[in-house]
Design a protein around this ligand. Structure first.
Ligand code: NDP
Ligand code: GDR
Length: 331
């Protein structure tokens, strides 16, 4: 039985990856940081099936301790300060978690299993930032536009560097935005699906948003964790862009989400200038042809299905009903 260690297991991707690896027969371990109230909502349904260990990406020895205890075959480093606006408010902490945290993970592996442990780093399309080339692929130069993006560029290159310096099996997955009903509520897709559901149910009157013109390549998180795993099953470590290859404006996202409940978005959406970012990433659209050719990966869920799924999930949640059966609905 293979053993996987996941940092960021309490997050959106951590929960989907845990489910995916359990289905593949893995023993799944996760790193959680201590807090005064537990934050295990997304993995509560996996209780008893996964093993949790207390550690923090800020604390090198805690990571070494867990690595020594678990002896993983594969490590997925998903932990990060992942909300872009917060990275301007806490730029130093963002660097500590999201950049130097990667080195701490790699150092623990170098010390305890550099020939044996395979490592996945959660890199991001935010590294592309300002539009240099469209669509963005593995060779597109980085030009990050936020402290978060800058930290992820460091995480990417230190991963490449440990591969080249020590011959370690390290992969960097450059993932474009991926969403689900488990997405944090501050991210725009979930903010919109939650807002639409509230308006439909009479629980809210308006939805405040920032820049409606930004364009993103949005996919479904469940599809993207499969790509993470595939990267670690190859003969050689490498870096891959994971994306749908289609882009949409925030405006289109809003329009589609209101369409799901039969409402006209223009009656409810207000622009709040305080939500506009100091520097914006205007256009993301990924070229995942390398992943398609080498990993055999392609996304299954379309943008339209994703939006419908998220709105229906938020409606059900707010009404206290069970989650819809998305497989049966074909979304
Ligand atoms: P989430 O914000 O949902 O989850 C982040 C996770 O990191 C949480 O489990 C959080 O724990 C944990 N974490 C944060 N800081 C620390 C720390 N110091 N020590 C230990 N754990 C910590 O993110 P996603 O699941 O959406 O994303 C996963 C990764 O992929 C992130 O690195 C993100 O930057 C990256 N990424 C995400 C994309 C997306 O569209 N979702 C696209 C590209 C990259 P806690 O619950 O305690 O806060
Ligand atoms: P992003 O995701 O910054 O791309 O990072 P987010 O959903 O926060 O923003 C997407 C776009 O929507 C615009 N926007 C708003 N965003 C938020 N959050 N709230 C609003 O009210 C709003 N109005 C408009 C933003 O300006 C932006 O252009 C996500 C994170 O998951 C990162 O961790 C990850 O690396 C990247 O995706 C790929």
């Amino acid at each position: 039985m293979k053993r996987a260690l996941i940092t960021g297991i309490t997050g959106q991707d951590g929960s989907y990856l845990s489910e995916f690896l359990l289905e593949k027969g893995y023993e799944v371990h996760g790193i959680v940081r201590r807090s005064s109230t537990e934050n295990f909502e997304r993995i509560a349904h996996l209780a008893g099936k996964i093993h949790l260990h207390q550690a923090d990406l800020l604390d090198q020895l805690s990571i070494i301790d867990v690595m020594r205890e678990v002896k993983p075959d594969e490590v997925y480093n998903l932990a990060a300060m992942s909300f872009v606006p917060t990275s301007w408010k806490q730029p130093v902490l963002t660097g500590e978690f999201t950049a130097i945290g990667v080195t701490r993970m790699l150092e623990a592996i170098r010390l305890l299993g550099r020939d044996r442990i395979r490592f996945y780093q959660a890199s991001s399309s935010e590294m592309f930032g300002k539009v240099v080339e469209v669509p963005q692929k593995e060779t597109t130069p980085f030009y990050p536009r936020s402290p978060y993006g800058v930290a992820k560029v460091y995480g990417h290159w230190i991963t490449v560097n440990y591969r080249e310096s020590y011959g370690m099996f390290c992969c960097s997955g450059i993932l474009f935005n991926h969403e689900s009903e488990r997405r944090g509520r501050e991210f725009v897709t979930r903010k919109v699906s939650d807002g639409v559901a509230r308006i439909k149910l009479g629980l809210a009157r308006t939805l405040k948003l920032g820049n409606l013109e930004a364009q993103r390549d949005w996919g479904f998180a469940g599809d993207y964790v499969r790509a993470m795993w595939l990267m670690l099953q190859q003969d050689q470590p490498d870096d891959y862009v994971i994306a749908t290859g289609k882009t949409h404006t925030v405006r289109r996202l809003v329009e589609l989400a209101f369409d799901v409940v039969g409402l006209n978005w223009q009656k409810y959406v207000e622009i709040d200038p305080t939500l506009v970012r100091p520097a914006e990433v205007d256009l993301l659209i990924g070229d995942a042809s390398k992943a398609r050719a080498k990993l055999g990966w392609k996304p299954e869920v379309t943008f339209e299905q994703l939006v419908e799924r998220m709105v229906l999930a938020d409606l059900a949640r707010l009404e206290g009903k069970p989650m819809p059966d998305f497989k049966a609905k074909g979304i």
